[in-house]
Design a protein around this ligand. Structure first.
Ligand SMILES: Cc1cc2nc3c(=O)[nH]c(=O)nc-3n(C[C@H](O)[C@H](O)[C@H](O)COP(=O)(O)OP(=O)(O)OC[C@H]3O[C@@H](n4cnc5c(N)ncnc54)[C@H](O)[C@@H]3O)c2cc1C
Length: 425
C-alpha cells in the first residue's frame, strides 16, 4: 500500500498534521498504536482539554522555556490565534480562564478531540488505530515508509513522526519515536521529567502534617547550591504526602531537575506574603501582637496564615504556642517573619519521567528546519510535538507547540508531495 504521507501518532501534533496534510488532496495515512486518538489531549487541563493559551505570542514563547524561540517561524504561520479560529470554525466555542488558558465552553475534552478527529476523517485521511509502527524505513538518504509490528510494510515518500514523549505511557506515548530518529542520524538530547511534582523528606513533609495544604498566590523560589536565586514563580502551591505539587511547583520542577544534577538536595523557599517586605511583615506582626497583647502567638498567627501552618512555623521559630506579647523574644518573632517570607523545603528528587506531565529533551532542534519541521538529515522525514526538544509550562503551551509544529509538518509534507519533482535541470 502506498501513500503520499504517513503520520505516526494521533495525538495533538499528529492530528493537526493530518488536518494540514490532507487539505490539498494528498493521500494521508494516520497510524496510532492505541485504540483511541488524542488520549493525552483529552486528559490535559484537568480533563477539560486546555486547547491553547490566549496570551500574546511573545508571552507564549516565554512560557516555553525549553527552546520556545525555535517556534517563531511556525507560530508566524499558525499560532494560538489560528488554533482558536480553527476550533471555533469546527463549532467548538472556547472560553478564556485564569492565566490565558483556553478551554471548550462545554468543559468537555471529548468535544475538542471528537471535532478534531471528525475533521481529519472529513478531509479523507485514512485512520488506522491499534497499529503500532515498529520501524521507519529509510534507503539512500530518504524515507520509504514504515513497518508495522504485524510485519506489514506501508510505503510513503514522507513520514511525520508525532509519537510524543515518554510521560504518562498509558496514553500511548512510550518514546518509540526516538529510536527511529536516531536511525536517521538524529541526536536525542537527554530526556528528563518536567512539569513534575517534587519529593522532599523534610520532617513536616514526612510527618504528613502539611499534606493537602493548598496555598494560593504565593511565590516559590529555587536556589542553587551557592545560594543564588535560580527562578521564582507565583501562583498556587500544594503540599502532598511526598512533597510539593500544584502549578508553581510544576513550573519550578525543570530548574530543580537541573540543580539536582549538581547536588543531592535543592532548597526551595515559599513566600507567603509576596507583596510585603520582610521588614514590613515583622513590623505588622509585632504591632498585631502588641495590640492583642493578651492573646497567644498561635492565635495571632492564625489571623495571618492558614491554621495548619501555625504549629510548623512556631516550632521552626522556636516559639511556644502559648507565648504572649509580654514574653515574646524579638529574635524569635524576627525568625517567624523570615519563615513566612522564605519557608524552606528541601527537595531531593522528583516523580519519575513516566509520572511527569511533560518530557523534557528530545530530537535536537539544530537538525530540524524550523519552518517546515523537516529533518535536515533524512529526505521526507518530519517531526512534530513533544518528541522534539521543546517543552513548555502546562497552561496550553505544550499543546500550542504541538498543534503549531504539527501544522507546519503537515503543510510542508503535503507541499512536497503535491508539487511534481521536476528533477535537476
Ligand atoms: C495529565 C496531563 C495533563 C496535561 N495538561 C497540559 C496542559 O494543561 N497544557 C499543556 O500545554 N500541556 C499539557 N500536557 C502536555 C500535552 O498534553 C502534551 O505535550 C501534548 O499533548 C503532546 O502531544 P503529541 O502529539 O506530541 O504527543 P501525544 O499526545 O503523546 O501523542 C503521541 C501519539 O503517538 C502514538 N504512538 C506512540 N508510539 C507509536 C507507535 N509506535 N506506533 C503508532 N503510534 C504511536 C500514541 O499512541 C499517541 O497517540 C499534559 C499532559 C498530561 C499527561
Amino acid at each position: 500500500m502506498t501513500y503520499d504521507i504517513i503520520i505516526i501518532g494521533g495525538g495533538s501534533a499528529g492530528l493537526m498534521a493530518a488536518v494540514a496534510a490532507s487539505r490539498g488532496g494528498a493521500r494521508v495515512l494516520l497510524l496510532d498504536k492505541g485504540n483511541r486518538l488524542g488520549r493525552k489531549l483529552g486528559i490535559s487541563g484537568g480533563g477539560r482539554c486546555n486547547v491553547t493559551n490566549n496570551k500574546e505570542l511573545d508571552e507564549i514563547i516565554r512560557h516555553i522555556p525549553g527552546n520556545g524561540r525555535f517556534l517563531h517561524s511556525a507560530f508566524s504561520i499558525y499560532s494560538n490565534r489560528e488554533i482558536i479560529a480553527f476550533f471555533e470554525g469546527l463549532g467548538i466555542p472556547l472560553k478564556e480562564e485564569d492565566n490565558g488558558r483556553m478551554f471548550p465552553v462545554s468543559d468537555k475534552a471529548k468535544t475538542v478531540v471528537d471535532a478534531l478527529i471528525s475533521q481529519v476523517r472529513r478531509q479523507g485521511v485514512e485512520i488506522r488505530t491499534d497499529q503500532a509502527v515498529q520501524e521507519v524505513l529509510y534507503a539512500d538518504g530518504a524515507v520509504r515508509g514504515v513497518r508495522l509490528i504485524s510485519g506489514e510494510r506501508v510505503y510513503a515518500g514522507r513520514v511525520i513522526i508525532a509519537t510524543g514523549g515518554c510521560s504518562v505511557p498509558h496514553t500511548g506515548s512510550t518514546g518509540d519515536g526516538y529510536a527511529w530518529a536516531e536511525a536517521a542520524g538524529h541526536t536525542i538530547t537527554e530526556l528528563f521529567p518536567t512539569e513534575v511534582p517534587l519529593r522532599s523528606s523534610d520532617a513536616h513533609i514526612a510527618s504528613r502534617e502539611l499534606q493537602g495544604l493548598s496555598l494560593r498566590d504565593v511565590t516559590l523560589t529555587v536556589w542553587n547550591a551557592k545560594g543564588k536565586r535560580v527562578i521564582t514563580h507565583r501562583g498556587d502551591l500544594l503540599f502532598t504526602h511526598f512533597g510539593l505539587s500544584g502549578p508553581i511547583a510544576l513550573r519550578c520542577s525543570q530548574y530543580v531537575v537541573k540543580e539536582l544534577k549538581r547536588s543531592d538536595s535543592v532548597t526551595l523557599t515559599v513566600d507567603l506574603f509576596p507583596d510585603t517586605s520582610a521588614d514590613e511583615l515583622y513590623a505588622s506582626t509585632w504591632k498585631l501582637a502588641e495590640t492583642e497583647s493578651k492573646k497567644a502567638i498561635k492565635t495571632i498567627l492564625r489571623s495571618l496564615v492558614q491554621e495548619r501552618l501555625v504549629p510548623v512555623l512556631l516550632a521552626k521559630a522556636e516559639l511556644l504556642e502559648t507565648t504572649t506579647f509580654d514574653n515574646l523574644p524579638k529574635a524569635n518573632l524576627l525568625e517567624l517573619s523570615r519563615l513566612m517570607k522564605a519557608f524552606p523545603v528541601h527537595i531531593h528528587d522528583t516523580l519519575s519521567l513516566e509520572e511527569a506531565f511533560v518530557t523534557g529533551g528530545g530530537v535536537t532542534l539544530k537538525e530540524i528546519d524550523p519552518k517546515t519541521m523537516q529533518s535536515k538529515l533524512m529526505r521526507g522525514l518530519y517531526f512534530c510535538g513533544e518528541i522534539l526538544d521543546i517543552h513548555g509550562y502546562t497552561g496550553g503551551y505544550n499543546i500550542t507547540a504541538a498543534f503549531s509544529t504539527g501544522h507546519a509538518a503537515g503543510t510542508h509534507a503535503a507541499e512536497e508531495a503535491l508539487v511534481p519533482d521536476l528533477g535537476p535541470g
